[in-house]
Ligand binder design. Structure first.
Ligand SMILES: [Zn+2]
Length: 371
């Protein structure tokens, strides 16, 4: 029996270069109008017991070649529970080999547990029904999908949470699901306290077109949205333009931009150290948040991460630095791993939707502590 492979669905991405029995040679399609590629998501039809082998080649030219060593592919037979597969990377040839003895007739394999646009709509609709929540459509993407924003809370501190500027970083929307569940839980003491102190503006998915198309990093026009925040345009980046315009109306006191990192096996924050108008108290609050989060969640750490930019050298096209400069906000980028958390590994699941959601809970508890 010969397996078959299909990726013609929401966030699907794979090119089938050849199938021989239960082995397949594969490659990854680039984001539209760009050279970025790394996200993959496909379905396998097979027989129970098949010795499946998938060889994905050409990865030396992928967006983050350092993302492959130490990485294990994600899989699910029910599209609810995601586990890791036996995976090897050969850096000399840029080839990832995934092996699995089939335990089901249908197996989904992806770079990380996907977060579908259908699940996004379920999330937005269910949260919009909760007491005290206001739904706003801030604008539309290039392909006409809504940029959804959920608002809640009666306080004066303006908090913006937004995720998935990079659509392949699906853990970012799992984080959002965790954050929204916590904030709409009437029994949760942190939520009750935060909603008295803050007005939340939450954009769970900044890049619905890239999400649906199975992109790693860009929107329909091949634009990296997190390099558009100084000069967003209706032609190239309406997703950023509409969110930034809404931020200009409310102001921003605190902001979190939620991401995943391909190479670094850890959860970490990136800040705004190099902005021209850096204020000491602004940086102190950021550092205090980082320290408190490390105390609140063993999944968070401060050793691994990106280098800080030098004074005055911050790239203001990125959202975190733009918001810190524009509003004096305490803004931050939170990064979760595609691999596993080196300090607290889980060989079965690696970093997972479940852990992403719990990290969001810890971030909100920490924010409550800080305010
Ligand atoms: Zn990212």
């Amino acid at each position: 029996m010969t397996i078959s492979i299909n990726a013609a669905f929401d966030s699907g991405n794979i090119v089938v270069d050849g199938i021989d029995g239960t082995s397949a040679r594969l490659s990854i399609r680039k984001d539209r109008e760009s050279d970025f590629f790394q996200w993959f998501h496909f379905r396998v039809n097979c027989a129970v017991g098949d010795p499946l082998e998938f060889v994905i080649s050409g990865l030396g030219d992928s967006a983050y070649p350092d993302g492959w060593p130490g990485y294990a592919a994600c899989a699910s037979s029910d599209r609810e529970h995601w586990f890791r597969l036996d995976t090897d990377y050969d850096a000399a040839t840029g080839t990832l080999t995934i092996r699995h003895a089939a335990e089901s007739q249908i197996l989904y394999i992806a770079y990380f547990a996907p977060y579908s646009m259908e699940r996004h709509h379920d999330l937005v609709a269910s949260v919009a029904e909760c007491e005290g929540v206001t739904y706003r459509c801030l604008g539309t993407s290039l392909e006409g999908q809504p940029i959804d924003c959920l608002e809640m809370g009666t306080g004066d501190t303006q908090v913006w949470l937004y995720a998935r500027q990079h659509p392949g970083e699906s853990m970012a929307e799992w984080w959002m699901e965790g954050a929204l569940e916590k904030l709409t839980d009437p029994a949760d003491p942190h939520a009750r306290s935060l909603l008295r102190k803050c007005r939340f503006h939450i954009v769970p998915n900044m890049n619905p077109d890239g999400s649906r198309r199975g992109h790693l990093r860009t929107n329909f026009a091949g634009v990296n949205l997190n390099r558009e925040w100084d000069t967003p345009s209706a032609e190239k980046s309406p997703e950023v333009l509409c969110v930034r315009n809404a931020m200009d109306e409310t102001g921003v006191d605190w902001a979190m931009d939620v991401h995943g990192d391909e190479a670094i096996p850890a959860v970490f924050l990136a800040g705004f150290e190099g902005i021209p108008s850096l204020q000491p108290h602004q940086l102190d609050k950021y550092k205090a948040f980082e320290k408190a989060l490390a105390a609140n969640s063993p999944d968070f750490q401060t050793e691994l991460g990106y280098g800080e930019s030098k004074p005055g050298e911050a790239n203001l096209s990125m959202s975190t630095t733009q918001l810190a400069e524009r509003f004096g906000a305490v803004s931050m980028t939170i990064e979760m791993p595609f691999k596993d958390n080196r300090d607290l590994p889980d060989p079965v699941q690696g970093w997972s939707p479940e852990r992403s959601k719990l990290l969001a809970h810890a971030c909100l508890a920490t924010l409550d502590q800080m305010l």
